[in-house]
Ligand binder design. Structure first.
Ligand SMILES: NC(=O)c1ccc[n+]([C@@H]2O[C@H](COP(=O)([O-])OP(=O)(O)OC[C@H]3O[C@@H](n4cnc5c(N)ncnc54)[C@H](OP(=O)(O)O)[C@@H]3O)[C@@H](O)[C@H]2O)c1
Length: 428
């Protein structure tokens, strides 16, 4: 049996896991695909670096072109990260007829269409299961499992770092800055956490999920993103009193021919299954017109969970090779859907206001909502923090962001409203 030869770009956390799984599960893999799988060459930045795994030193190279231009290699597994140069390596490998498996959400969110188009032209496969929610097979599920249904909503906790921070804040009453520091010390958060905590990482993953779920191309610029850096302990405690948890949710919705995709800290009803997804775990909730509610839960990152998805992709590529059907994946973005602007996205809202503590204030506030055509679901007045002002919590019925912005604008000019403390989207 002629072995299938793999070129591995990167031998960090995920690359090490890929080597472990390919070597440790060799017998199972050979039985499934009908050939041994061999990691023939490995790209690293520094060959002299100490590794967590023993590999034949002669397989290591610091020259990317040596791997992508190696005529013996059938499949490239890209687990080096990066965007610009990495795209060049992948396009070159495709040009030479090699199939690609990648874990790179940044690359797929930004250049996925170009890479997939090139793959189609060259009759090659590109699989990228590990790029969203690490060990959860959500991409395959959206493409295959939902092929007969029409997805109306996808909600994802797709960033483990922010979910870890919000869980700690909720369960231990800790402050945002303290938990972020702890997450950095434990290696759950990067030294520069901006991409995670400001929602950009989640937005990139939602770009991929919504493109697949709605079968319509969504670009990163179409996804409005807000992170968790302004979430306070006070907001979380109020949410809990009202029966909600605060989660960083990516939310993609479809209404007729319109779709919307956004990422924001959201108050989600505690009874919703996604509200109980805690710590570094990820989950993706998918609602299909026919199937109803489904949810997929698991490890969103880590050496072996991520490598499991990558090697499963490798198995799919090799099976396609055996059948001679590489590059025949159907065109997935065949719908042309209109995108709602951020202002058109509708949801329920939570507002926490500091207002003057005197008669008639509530009536003035209610009038603003009425003037802006936003109806109120409930109002709560917790105990007053000081004698001069009091807090009011309002949950609205569904309203567009444009209407909500009008309400907030009107409050800016209303003397009775001392401060708009927090505004959250509400789900569930
Ligand atoms: N970590 C996870 O749990 C996870 C989960 C899902 C997806 N991903 C994605 O998987 C990819 C890899 O993540 P990782 O955590 O494994 O990263 P990592 O630990 O930093 O490893 C990166 C590897 O790539 C090599 N490398 C990087 N730039 C290079 C260059 N310019 N030339 C040659 N080699 C280069 C590094 O070489 P040296 O070892 O010599 O430095 C290292 O072996 C990223 O796209 C990430 O977003 C990661």
């Amino acid at each position: 049996m002629k072995p299938i030869k793999v070129g591995l770009l990167g031998l960090g956390t995920v690359g090490t896991g890929v080597v472990r799984i390919v070597e440790g599960h060799q017998e199972d893999l050979t039985n499934q695909v009908g050939s041994p799988i061999v990691i023939a060459q490995i790209l690293v930045k520094d060959r002299a670096k100490a590794r967590n795994i023993q590999v034949d030193a002669s397989k290591l190279t610091e020259d990317p072109w040596e791997v992508v231009r190696n005529p013996d290699i059938d499949v490239i597994i890209e687990v080096m990260g990066g965007i610009g140069q990495t795209k060049e390596y992948i396009l070159e490998a495709l040009e030479r007829g090699k199939h690609i498996v990648t874990a790179n959400k940044d690359l797929m969110a930004l250049h996925g269409q170009e890479i997939l188009a090139k793959a189609r032209d060259k009759g090659c496969d590109v699989y990228y299961e590990a790029s969203v929610a690490g060990g959860i097979p959500i991409i395959r599920t959206l493409i295959e499992g939902f092929s007969s249904d029409r997805i109306t909503k996808i909600m994802g906790i797709v960033n483990g770092t922010t979910n870890y921070i919000l869980t700690k804040m909720s369960q231990e009453g800790a402050a945002y800055a303290d938990v972020l520091k702890e997450a950095q010390d434990l290696g759950y958060a990067e030294g520069d956490p901006t991409s995670d905590v400001e929602g950009l990482d989640a937005a990139r993953k939602m770009t991929i999920l919504s493109t697949l779920g709605f079968r319509s191309h969504v670009s990163l610029e179409d996804v409005s993103a807000k992170g968790i850096s302004s979430v306070t302990q006070e907001d979380i405690q109020y949410a809990k009193r009202l029966g909600y948890e605060v989660k960083l949710l990516g939310i993609a919705e479809r209404q007729d021919d319109f779709i919307s995709v956004s990422v924001q800290p959201t108050m989600i009803k505690q009874s919703h299954p996604i509200a109980s997804v805690n710590g570094v775990f990820n989950a993706v909730y998918v609602h299909g017109e026919a199937v109803g509610e489904t949810m997929f839960y698991g490890a969103g990152a880590g050496e072996l969970p991520t490598a499991t998805s990558i090697v499963a992709d490798l198995v799919a590529v090799v099976k396609n090779m055996k059948l001679g059907v590489n590059g025949r994946q159907a065109q997935l973005s065949y719908n042309v859907m209109k995108l709602k602007t951020d202002e058109q996205i509708a949801s329920k809202f939570f507002l926490l206001l500091h207002v003057e503590d005197r008669a008639g204030v509530l009536a003035q506030i209610a009038q603003v909502f009425s003037d802006c055509d936003v109806s109120i679901e409930s109002v709560m007045q917790p105990s007053a923090p000081n004698k001069m002002s009091t807090e009011i919590i309002i949950i609205t019925h569904e309203a567009s962001k444009a209407s909500m912005n009008k309400v907030l604008g009107a409050f800016e000019g209303l003397a009775a409203v001392r401060k708009i403390k927090s505004v959250y989207r509400v789900e569930g």
